[in-house]
Design a protein around this ligand. Structure first.
Ligand code: 57M
Length: 360
């Protein structure tokens, strides 16, 4: 909005011409979202603590977590609020993809908020029943997937692109709807599971949106898409500004969520951010690349699936505790060591995903 207003004044101030450039508004979005989150953080954290929006620590987890009792949670409200304000300033709210990604972030965030509300405010440790939570996620993902499926402007709307193979496009037809539901809901829950030690999830989200930002800028740029032979998806370039806003907000939140955390993001944050990443991947046709970029999220989820399956089938655990970040904690790694090493792997996977652009 502000970007549009300033651009409309370009005839009076030539310099305002820059507001039409996605790259310029993305840089502004990173800085704006970071400052909003960083500057509002102390006040919001103090308010979360005052209204007892604080974490109850389960006693069946690593003993090192017990000292975290009472840490303010639902800090995801800072992230989502900061992204929304930033997108109001520098985003193109006439762009259907921008509206869809904001619907996803806020919609999944609201599901997480209600879960947090039951657990934190109503002191109901179970929170939202799993079937209700899952049902709401599938419903929202279905709405998003059907909107994308009915998009008349996207010639590739039911096509699955495969990294490293230029021309391999798999036509899924109507099955693209359940596939994209799986990607969006899976991504939302993967970030949720990963958010179990200080800064791990938000750091990986920041890494993922950097890689996704590069991919989405190229996908929305006709010349670059042609040169790198990736699908050109008209209008998706504006999502780069969203990636910038989410990067800035993530870094601002990480300022407070880094070890030892002063605040947790809560399900409002983990589900909202995970849903956004999944929706981003579906819109930009980078579902498989997302699985590489978000490799740690995938590994964390698979570790839980393997652990539960092994215990149910054999009565034995594969890991000391799942998700796998707890396994390394119980091996004796200090929490910061686990976090930074997982970030390092996340960065390597993000670089690998960007390599798919050239190796085709
Ligand atoms: C989401 N939530 C954290 C915080 C955060 C099926 C099973 C794998 C489910 C899983 C589970 O309950 N997942 C829920 C993970 C929780 O964090 C809160 O939740 C929000 C994210 N949704 O924002 O508000 C705890 O994580 C720690 N934490 C930090 N720093 C952070 O920045 O230290 C979170 C953020 C917080 C805090 O302690 O309380 C969580 O772990 O619950 N269950 C588990 O992950 C449990 N694993 C488990 O039971 N494994 C079993 C089976 C089921 C696979 C096994 O291995 O045999 C572990 N988590 C807990 N206790 N809390 C271990 C036991």
């Amino acid at each position: 909005m502000l970007g549009e207003l300033l651009y409309s004044l370009k005839d009076y101030f030539f310099g305002f011409n820059v507001f039409k450039y996605i790259t310029f508004r993305t840089a502004l979005a990173v800085i704006t979202a970071f400052l909003i989150t960083y500057l509002s953080g102390p006040y919001i954290i103090e308010r979360l603590r005052r209204f007892s929006f604080t974490q109850v620590i389960r006693d069946d987890g690593p003993k090192s977590h017990l000292k975290k009792e009472g840490t303010p949670t639902m800090g995801g409200l800072m992230i989502i609020g900061s992204v929304l304000i930033t997108m109001l300033l520098w985003g193109d709210l006439h762009n259907r993809y921008v509206l869809l990604i904001l619907l996803s972030m806020v919609g999944f965030g609201l599901i997480g908020f209600y879960d947090d509300y039951l657990k934190v405010i109503k002191k109901n440790p179970k929170g939202l029943k799993a079937c209700k939570k899952f049902g709401a996620q599938i419903g929202l993902a279905a709405l998003i997937s059907i909107i994308l499926y009915l998009n008349p402007e996207d010639p590739y709307k039911t096509v699955l692109s495969v990294p490293f193979f230029k021309r391999l496009l798999i036509e899924l037809g109507i099955f693209y709807i359940p596939f994209s539901i799986f990607v969006i809901v899976g991504s939302s829950n993967a970030v949720n599971l990963t958010d179990g030690i200080d800064g791990l999830a938000i750091g990986l989200v920041a890494i993922a949106v950097i890689a996704n930002g590069v991919l989405v800028y190229i996908a929305g740029h006709a010349g670059l898409a042609k040169y790198l032979q990736v699908l050109f998806l008209k209008g998706t370039g504006e999502l780069t500004v969203f990636c910038g806003a989410l990067l800035g907000a993530s870094l601002g939140f990480l300022w407070f969520n880094s070890y030892p955390a002063e605040v947790f993001m809560g399900d409002v944050g983990s589900l909202g951010l995970g849903g956004s990443l999944g929706t981003l991947a579906v819109i930009t046709k980078h579902e498989i690349v997302l699985a590489v970029v978000g490799g740690i999220f995938v590994i964390e989820t698979v570790s839980v699936i393997l652990q539960v399956a092994s215990y149910k089938l054999t009565g034995k655990r594969i890991f000391k505790m799942a998700p796998i970040h707890h396994h390394f904690e119980l091996l004796g790694w200090q929490e910061p060591k686990v976090i930074v090493r997982f970030w390092i792997i996340g960065i390597m996977l993000a670089l690998l995903s960007l390599a798919t652009l050239k190796v085709r």
